[in-house]
Write a protein that binds this ligand. Structure first.
Ligand code: CP
Length: 318
């Protein structure tokens, strides 16, 4: 594996399988009374979250703590960033304090790659602007494989505000890499013009796509990133692209519904649909911890020479 995880393009299909298989070893740790293994004892992981997050930040913190790493949580508020300190000086300060890994979320696309030029530790992209969110894609791939038994040949629709979605980009790249059949569905204004070059199909009519799916993956409408009017009204968006109860009934038996969170209940997904048994939204969150344990373990040297099943020694050594 590469030294950093900045994009799904950093991972080969074999790397993806290795991350998912290693996560399997770590998921069992989360079911124990004492949810801790010694794999990263003495290592320091910094969570540098300069944009808001609930799931990713807490998940990375739990993952690092369950691996026995020392964890520093860093947010803009309360730090010298609020006094105008630059990202470079923040990074050099963390480097000087001996950070082995920096997990970074930032509103500017490309911030993680910039960090790699300033620090010696491993950099993990926890979401940068509208660019990528690779750890979300990996936990989604894990969840799909777990529930549907495979990735190759899966028929997946990613529905909604693809234009502003780093999740849609990373997940599309990951699914295509693993041989899945991906369709992006949304208003033409919210589909990136270069999407066909990602190896995906594009559709504008949700109803015609739903009956052919294994996975219906809803995206949050990102009003905070939309500087223009991309659709006439939220009501119209919900009517054409929201997953209502009637829409969910068009999905084949055995198919699943996913969403990366946070959700706008009543906009891209009806509240009762989010709570259906075939909705995997909470499973995605749970699996996120195991995926981030797997990544920290593999990147920080715990899995240097190990293949699939890495981590079992440390898991057993708890
Ligand atoms: N899915 C996701 O990235 O959620 P957060 O913004 O809460 O981390």
């Amino acid at each position: 594996m590469n030294r950093h995880l900045l994009s799904m393009h950093d991972l080969s299909a074999e790397d993806v399988i290795r991350v998912l298989d290693t996560a399997n070893s770590f998921r069992e740790v989360g079911t124990r009374v004492i949810k801790k293994v010694p794999a990263l004892r003495g290592r320091t992981v910094v969570n540098l979250f300069l944009e808001n997050s609930t799931r990713t930040r807490i998940s990375f913190e739990l993952a690092a703590k369950r691996l026995s790493a020392d964890v520093i949580n860093f947010a803009a508020g309360g730090s010298s960033v609020s006094k105008g300190e630059s990202l470079k000086d923040t990074a050099l300060t963390l480097q000087a304090m001996g950070a082995d890994a920096i997990v970074v979320r930032h509103s500017s696309s490309g911030s993680p790659v910039q960090l790699t030029r300033w620090v010696e530790g491993h950099v993990l992209n926890a979401g940068d602007g509208t660019h990528e969110h690779p750890t979300q894609a990996l936990l989604d791939l894990y969840t799909m494989r777990e529930w549907l038994g495979r990735l190759e040949g899966l028929r997946v629709a990613i529905v909604g505000d693809v234009l502003h979605s780093r999740v849609a980009r990373s997940l599309s790249f990951g699914l295509v890499k693993m041989g899945a059949d991906v369709t992006l569905v949304g208003p033409p204004t919210l589909i990136p013009p270069d999407a066909p070059r990602w190896g995906v199909s594009v559709g504008f009519d949700l109803s015609s796509v739903l009956p052919k799916l294994d996975v219906c993956y809803l995206l949050r409408v990102q009003t905070e990133r939309q500087r223009l009017e991309y659709f006439p009204s939220v009501r119209e968006y919900h009517r054409l692209f929201g997953l209502t109860r009637a829409c969910a009934a068009q999905l084949p038996e055995g198919s699943v519904i996913m969403h990366p969170g946070p959700m706008n209940r009543g906009v891209e997904i009806d509240s009762e649909v989010a709570d259906l048994p075939q909705s995997l939204i909470e499973e995605q969150v749970t699996n996120g911890i195991a995926i981030r344990m797997s990544l920290l373990y593999l990147l920080l040297g715990g899995g240097g020479s190990a293949g699939a099943g890495a981590g079992e020694e440390e898991v057993a050594d708890a």
